[in-house]
Design a protein. Structure first.
Length: 97
């Protein structure tokens, strides 16, 4: 079984379908996601994951450490007021600038 570490910004239909597809290929998935609600542990399709609070400009400080550990990042949240809020809030963590 292959291991994969994925961070999903948003965990709606697109991200869930993506995770289900990967799981069907016998990957051992280390998953972290974002939510507008409080940070919590969740389970989806027998995959345990951490769901971190992220609401435009406010986010759980632990999110950044998990983001840096991720091998793959899926952004499946829309822009907010015409701006990519992931790039706005995490460009230094993602791109080192």
């Amino acid at each position: 079984m292959k291991d994969i570490n994925i961070f999903c910004f948003g965990f709606g239909q697109v991200a869930k379908n993506f995770i289900s597809k990967i799981k069907s290929k016998n990957y051992n998935i280390s998953l972290s996601t974002t939510t507008r609600d409080k940070t919590s542990k969740k389970t989806f399709d027998s995959v345990n994951y951490q769901n971190y609070q992220f609401d435009c400009q406010k986010y759980d400080d632990n999110l950044v450490a998990k983001l840096r550990e991720a091998e793959h990042i899926l952004i499946s949240i829309p822009p907010h007021e015409g701006e990519d809020i992931v790039v706005k809030n995490f460009s230094k963590s993602l791109f080192g600038s």
